[in-house]
Design a protein. Structure first.
Length: 323
């Protein structure tokens, strides 16, 4: 992206006013092993460990940390500052809707938001900002300035961003009808499901499975293209992300990472693990046909509905320019 000279000055001024950002060497450790040790403003960045493939960003509100995966491999981690009390950052599964190197908030007094990656039209975004070591933003996820710049250079529109809090339910955004889309519960006995890939022919693919709702939803580039009833053998607790590592003659190979913890790192997944999830066979085949290395399957014990009133979370507005 070619910038005007004034843009360079604007970026320099905005970044210069922020807390010092420091890149920390990995020293043979993985980003997941390092992230808990980072101090405010510090980050690790090692793109060489996963040079290609779809990306996934996981932000943990409880620890004020974020980890970046590519092709299922963690290659970067950082401290963050999220929404303060009364301005909490929403939990959920988001996609990057818009990117701007130089952006000023229309909601908060023209506040600078360098290397902005918008997650909702209501003003929630990833961007460079001050990191005091605790939640301090109006709801955005602030990143160290250099990390925000590096991340901006690697991401594409439609990338999946998971924001989680161990004490909060996992909600889905920005799609407003995720919890109610697709077939009713009774369809489990008929084997019916919904599959409309033409609604979004290309883009990153994520599959979200809710044990509470007994529902699997397929998103491509942030748009619902499939939905099915699902039953799961055994208990489901917390939230997990499965990332496809590769596909060969022996089948699909996956890694699993717990979204609410940095302990344990990624774990290889036995093919038998997916036998716990029961969906119509045609739906399973359709989903597999669009998956490729780096695709993610997110499993949560929580509902895809917002709050105790069981209403779907609405985020997208009709006029994005108002924020």
């Amino acid at each position: 992206m070619k910038l005007l000279p004034s843009s360079f000055f604007a970026i320099a001024a905005m970044i210069g006013s922020m807390a010092f950002a420091q890149q920390v060497p990995l020293g043979g450790a993985s980003p997941l092993e390092t992230v808990a040790k980072l101090r405010a403003g510090q980050f690790v960045w090692a793109p060489q460990v996963a040079p290609e493939g779809p990306m996934l960003v996981i932000v943990d509100l409880a620890t004020q940390r974020a980890v970046v995966f590519r092709n299922g491999v963690p290659f970067a981690a950082t401290t963050v500052s999220t929404g303060r009390a009364g301005r909490e950052t929403p939990t959920g599964i988001f996609t990057v809707l818009q990117k701007e190197v130089v952006h000023h908030s229309k909601t908060y007094d023209n506040a600078p938001m360098p290397f902005m990656q918008r997650l909702t039209w209501k003003g929630i975004a990833l961007h460079a900002g001050n990191l005091p070591g605790y939640p301090a933003s109006h709801g955005c996820v602030r990143l160290p300035a250099k990390f925000a710049q590096l991340l901006y250079g690697e991401t594409n529109l439609g990338m999946t961003v998971v924001i989680t809090d161990r004490a909060a339910p996992l909600l889905i955004a920005p799609t407003p009808d995720l919890a109610t889309s697709g077939v009713p519960e009774a369809s489990a006995s008929t084997g019916s499901f919904e599959w409309t890939p033409d609604k979004s022919p290309t883009g990153p693919v994520s599959v979200v499975v809710s044990a509470a709702d007994k529902r699997a939803v397929v998103l491509r580039n942030g748009v619902i293209i499939g939905s099915s009833h699902v039953t799961i053998d055994g208990p489901v607790s917390g939230a997990w992300a499965y990332a496809m590592r590769n596909r060969d003659a022996a089948g699909d190979h996956w890694s699993r990472v717990q979204l609410s913890s940095t302990k344990g790192g990624k774990q290889s997944v036995s093919p038998a693990e997916f036998e716990r999830f029961h969906v119509p066979e045609d739906f399973r085949r359709n989903v597999r046909s669009i998956l490729s290395p780096g695709a993610t399957i997110i499993v949560t014990a929580d509902s895809l509905r917002s709050g105790s009133m069981a209403q779907p979370l609405t985020v997208i507005e009709t006029d994005p320019e108002t924020h």
